[in-house]
Design a protein around this ligand. Structure first.
Ligand code: PGA
Ligand code: ZN
Length: 426
């Protein structure tokens, strides 16, 4: 049973405050819950509670969330069984009583939810992926590595927020990771040679100012070839357009490549990119409430390509059900803190899988050394993860955790490879 729950304010990878929860059980196990934080957040995400006291951390302190854990949640959950994750999460959801965790804060609730998960796994003497997934979790995900950053993560160096490489044409995770890393380093050299800045964005990718959004794709394909790999055959490309960030509600238009564009223009643009580059996945091609545009692109290109709903679906089983019903998107981005509990996150993955949606487990742009998403991707055999470039400790921690899991699984490990995306060209 849970013996104690204690929260404190710590810092995330951007130097912003976030919540850490330490949970102890009577049998001597201890779990740590570290909460990430987004920058290009979806409107429908669960509430991230911040103090708003401008005299501390420019209003971004989380002392109220910490207090909610220590004074409201702790007394309620002490004595509960840490292994009964669903009952624990339900209790916190009920205690909050709002649809978006708008009373206690999703950052308070998720900290406790994660800390209980880790404590329960330790009590069971199981690694996290095995505790969550049982004996079936054995597929190492394709690492979608965000090697060029734009949008809200890099002062809009490009409108498109994330340019990812997906090394799927390899037999093992560690070989795929190596290929991705080599492309990353090769890209740096090529950018430098052309006189571009090679400073890093929030997720560790290079963030040079580009004339057009397509220029980044040209550089990446060049880097894949220069590193000795075959674009499309071994390494594909994923985009996270994060288009809600440059969508204008009043004019119903997307400010893209220097002008206002309508949904039809964007559709033609995506089609052109798909014909020119080995794209396998596009995330948030349209804004979070532009359901009809989402329906159209899914109907026209969804058979060959993955369309990932991030701001659209916000890891929320209700929004996901709407996407399923409307045939808007065909893939779910999975972020624990968008919904705020481990249980609801698992429910969302379950619902996605049952309806033929793929799941891509994801970090946030504001991260901690926590590696839960690595274990989660293996436990649920999601076949895909995105956790930034192979740079910055908080990103590397996730990729390294997957190396550890791969080694631990030994001959029972398999690599998702081509099976991760329907657009893979074998
Ligand atoms: P965020 O970005 O964590 O800043 O929301 C990640 C994403 O949009 O996928
Ligand atoms: Zn996104």
């Amino acid at each position: 049973a849970i013996e104690s729950v204690y929260a404190r304010e710590i810092l995330d990878s951007r130097g912003n405050p976030t919540v850490e929860v330490v949970l102890d059980t009577e049998d001597g196990a201890q779990g740590l819950g570290l909460v990430p934080s987004g920058a290009s957040t979806g409107e429908a995400e669960a509430w991230e509670r911040r103090d708003g006291d401008k005299s501390r951390y420019q209003g971004k302190g989380v002392l109220d969330a910490v207090k909610a854990v220590n004074e409201v949640i702790a007394p309620k959950v002490i004595g509960m069984d840490a292994t009964d994750q669903r009952a624990l999460d339900d209790t916190m959801i009920e205690l909050d009583g709002t649809p978006n965790k708008g009373k206690l804060g999703a950052n308070a609730i998720l900290g406790v939810s994660l800390a209980a998960l880790y404590a329960a796994a330790e009590s069971a003497e199981l690694p996290l992926y095995r505790y969550i997934g049982g004996t079936n979790g054995h597929i190492l995900p394709v690492p979608n590595m965000n090697i060029m950053n734009g949008g809200a993560h890099a002062d809009f160096a490009t409108d498109i927020q994330e340019y990812m490489i997906s090394p799927y044409g390899f037999d093992t995770y560690h070989e795929a990771l190596r290929a991705g890393v080599e492309v990353y380093h090769t890209l740096k050299g090529i950018l430098k040679k052309d006189g571009h800045e090679t400073g890093l964005g929030d997720e560790g990718g290079f963030a040079p100012k580009m004339k057009t959004n397509e220029d980044s794709l040209k550089y990446i394909v060049k880097a894949i070839e220069a590193a000795g790999y075959e674009p499309g055959k071994q390494i594909g490309l994923c985009l996270d357009v994060a288009s809600s960030e440059f969508y204008n509600k009043e004019t119903d238009s997307y400010h893209f490549d220097g002008a206002d564009r309508d949904a039809a223009y964007m559709l033609d643009y995506y089609k052109e990119l798909v014909s020119k580059y080995p794209l396998v996945s596009i995330e948030d091609p349209y804004a979070e409430e532009d359901w009809s545009a989402w329906q159209k692109i899914t109907a026209e290109l969804g058979d060959q390509l993955q369309f990932v709903g991030d701001d659209l679906l916000v890891t929320n089983p209700k929004r996901l059900q709407k996407g399923i019903d409307l045939h808007a998107a065909n893939s779910l981005l999975v972020k624990l803190n968008q919904i705020g509990t481990v249980t609801e996150t698992l429910d969302a993955i379950e619902l996605a899988t049952a309806n033929g949606f793929t799941s891509m487990v994801s970090h946030r742009s504001g991260e901690t050394p926590d590696t839960t998403i690595s274990d989660l991707a293996v436990a649920k055999n999601t076949r895909q993860i995105k956790t930034g470039a192979p740079a910055r400790g908080e990103r590397i921690a996730k990729y390294n955790r997957l190396l550890e899991i791969e080694e631990e699984l030994g001959s029972t490990a398999s690599y998702a490879g081509y099976s991760a995306f329907k657009a893979c060209k074998q």
